[in-house]
Design a protein around this ligand. Structure first.
Ligand SMILES: Cc1cc2nc3c(=O)[nH]c(=O)nc-3n(C[C@H](O)[C@H](O)[C@H](O)COP(=O)(O)OP(=O)(O)OC[C@H]3O[C@@H](n4cnc5c(N)ncnc54)[C@H](O)[C@@H]3O)c2cc1C
Ligand code: SF4
Ligand code: SF4
Length: 623
């Protein structure tokens, strides 16, 4: 009889004792380990502080990363890099691949060259006005270059980075100190909690079926027990969510705001006029709600992509299809035509900012990075803030270790949370906290609200109530009203689902979006993007990390948001109304966790999809 992978009866698990264990190696944990690793030993190699589990040695610090290698997440970024440079003053001169100082910055309003987007009548009038006065405006190829943008949107003095390359560089630096270890390809299944205290983590079981029951080669995940567990598993990390479920969020906090970011890394044509460090931000197209970015690295490489936000009320949300229409906008296509796909990926961002902040510390644990609410939604900046919170925790940990104080909630609050509250991260997060609420009403209200909040330091905002997806997504018939007759919209969807495919492409084309002219180089099919760009892989012997936990709700669900948004086409309509999941195509973006049309009966902040710890996904260090 195969052993159940669950704990009844308890399994005899391997156990390892450490001083500090970290979950996830993103920018937050990189800031933590980078700061900590340099201060654990003296110049002569003797421990600056001593390990509790290996007397005579410096503290034993282990970090487990889910992805198959360091830096296999996704995000080519522009960042002011204030905290990064404080931790690593040599950052600018270190020769980090794909890094460039920020040069020209532009914010562009993209007009709709096709007439296919959903634009309010007022905006269509405004677009006509821009067209008629184009000779007097900074207007070219259907784009208006905003002549002035507020300072808070600028990244002057910052850097364009490939996070993949940067993370590999930082990871090597931290490990070269010999004081910390980073283990990629090792998902953490859960935190170990005893008497309301986090006592370490449990790694994922291997040699199990897709359903999680033991199979040939069953190996129970190891328990790593540590005095401090550092949780930096990002916006959709299962360990962070486990802690939220057990310890709760502070009053009025929630994580209802998010965005799906999808991007291409592209070889630009040889004669590109774009200089390294160029930063373009766009809004207005392909739909008003979708923001775009175009960052130029050295050697004619660019990171380009879009964000599909939580307040984009479409039942057929898709990032991939919209990304292709965005790329083909005349302003951008002018730079991209003749280019070639190098890499591709997708990832969600937690956009609740400070309002998504969980309990930052508790007995035996501390939270850092985006999963701790550090991302600044006003300035569109997450990397530096995540790094800063990691560095703040490292300083706090050193203080406690040197004072031989235990990692209790009280001590971590005094040493870590106090540092964080006194820092620029907190100050700027407070100004940003309600800055995007206007988007809950309309894009125009959102833009005005951001400007007000940015210019007044957060004192003036336009209010709006963040809703959960199942509270706000209209039915298909309502969304396409005036474009596709209701019965036809339903028929298109039903036909697609009967064929086992998502419906957004067929519905968008019926609503006026032209087919994508695939060229095999840059405009490639979604599946080719997975294989050529994402190089997606999934190991055998692991349980499925995406599961439909309330199948009856799925059967009744007409708006299969999870299928439409899926960044890898890993979720398909399935049999009998319950979606099917194919791990081989999953890029671990986490979008399905947020994009469900039905609440969990157990917790209205959660939905009918479970997103657990899992291995594999993107295999590219260029993102
Ligand atoms: C397309 C895109 C563009 C962006 N552009 C910018 C930009 O221009 N500027 C900017 O400042 N920010 C940008 N961001 C945001 C920025 O990437 C994030 O704010 C930042 O990465 C957060 O860092 P983090 O360390 O908190 O979390 P993450 O980067 O999410 O890192 C968390 C890590 O934990 C790992 N993990 C998760 N679960 C587990 C588990 N169970 N076990 C082990 N490991 C686990 C993940 O694989 C990941 O490596 C962008 C984001 C996206 C998606
Ligand atoms: S997971 Fe959510 S969106 Fe997907 S079919 Fe089930 S209820 Fe609908
Ligand atoms: S199934 Fe995978 S690729 Fe699809 S939305 Fe979920 S995490 Fe992203």
């Amino acid at each position: 009889m195969p052993l159940p992978a669950s704990e009844n009866p308890p399994l005899d698990r391997p156990r390892l004792d450490a001083d500090i264990v970290c979950v996830g190696f993103g920018p937050a944990t990189a800031g933590f380990l980078s700061t900590l690793s340099k201060q654990l030993v003296h110049a002569d190699g003797t421990p600056a502080v001593e390990s509790a589990v290996a007397p005579g040695l410096p503290p034993q610090v282990l970090c487990y990363e889910r992805a198959d290698d360091i830096g296999f997440g996704v995000s080519g970024v522009v960042t002011k890099a204030r905290a990064i440079r404080t931790s690593i003053p040599e950052t600018d001169k270190a020769g980090i691949p794909m890094a460039a100082p920020v040069g020209e910055e532009k914010v562009l309003y993209l007009l709709d060259p096709l007439g296919a987007s959903r634009r309010p009548a007022m905006l269509r009038l405004a677009d006509r006005f821009i067209h008629s006065c184009h000779w007097a405006l900074p207007f070219e190829r259907q784009a208006l270059n905003l002549p002035w943008t507020p300072g808070f949107l600028h990244k002057r003095g910052g850097m364009v980075l490939s996070m993949g390359q940067f993370m590999q560089w930082v990871g090597a630096q931290a490990q070269n100190t010999g004081t910390v270890q980073i283990w990629p390809g090792t998902p953490v299944a859960q935190a170990l909690i005893e008497d309301k205290k986090v006592v370490g983590i449990r790694l994922m079981d291997q040699g199990v079926t897709k359903q999680g029951t033991s199979a040939d080669g069953f190996t129970p995940g190891m328990d790593i027990r540590a005095a401090l567990t550092v949780v930096g598993d990002g916006p959709v990390g299962p360990v962070g969510r486990q802690l939220d479920d057990i310890f709760g969020l502070p009053q009025d906090h929630h994580t209802r705001d998010w965005a799906v970011g999808m991007k291409f890394v592209v070889d630009l044509p040889e004669d590109t006029p774009l200089k390294p460090g160029t930063v373009l931000h766009t809004f207005g197209y392909p739909e008003l709600e979708i923001f775009g970015f175009f960052y130029v690295h050295p050697d004619r490489v660019a990171s380009i992509g879009i964000f599909v936000p939580s307040w984009f009320d479409s039942p057929v949300r898709t990032s991939y299809r919209y990304l292709q229409h965005w790329m083909m906008h005349p302003y951008l296509w002018h730079f991209l035509k003749g280019g070639k796909l190098r890499s591709w990926g997708a990832k969600t961002l937690g956009e609740s900012g400070r309002r998504g902040e969980p309990q930052l510390a508790g007995d035996g644990y501390a939270r850092i990075g985006e999963g701790s609410g550090s991302t600044n939604v006003l300035t569109g900046s997450g990397v530096d803030e995540a790094w800063a919170t990691g560095a703040q925790l490292a300083e706090a940990v050193l203080e406690l270790l040197k004072a031989r104080k235990p990692f209790t909630r009280e001590n971590l609050e005094a040493a870590y949370v106090r540092r964080r509250r006194g820092s620029w991260v907190e100050q700027e997060a407070r100004a940003a906290e309600k800055s995007r609420d206007g988007f809950q009403r309309s894009v125009l209200a959102g833009l005005i609200g951001m400007a007000l909040a940015g210019l007044s330091g957060g004192r003036l905002v336009l209010p709006g109530k963040p809703l959960r997806p199942w509270e706000r997504i209209p039915p298909l018939e309502v969304y396409f009203r005036g474009r596709i007759p209701p019965a036809e919209a339903r028929k298109i969807r039903d036909d697609c689902y009967a064929r086992g495919v998502s419906a957004h492409a067929a519905l968008m084309e019926r609503a006026g979006w032209p087919p994508i002219p695939h060229d095999g180089r840059l405009l490639v099919s979604h599946q080719d993007a997975l294989l050529m760009g994402g190089k997606v892989q999934a190991p055998h012997g692991c349980a499925d990390h995406v599961a439909f936990v309330f199948p009856n709700q799925c059967r009744q669900c007409g708006t299969k948001l999870c299928v439409e948004i899926c960044s890898g086409q890993a979720i398909t309509p399935g049999q009998n109304g319950v979606p099917a999941f194919d791990r081989e195509k999953c890029v671990h973006c986490g979008a399905c966790l947020w994009n469900c049309a039905s609440p969990s009966p157990e917790n209205p902040e959660r939905m009918a999809v479970a997103f657990r710890a899992g291995a594999g996904g993107l295999h590219s260090g260029e993102n």
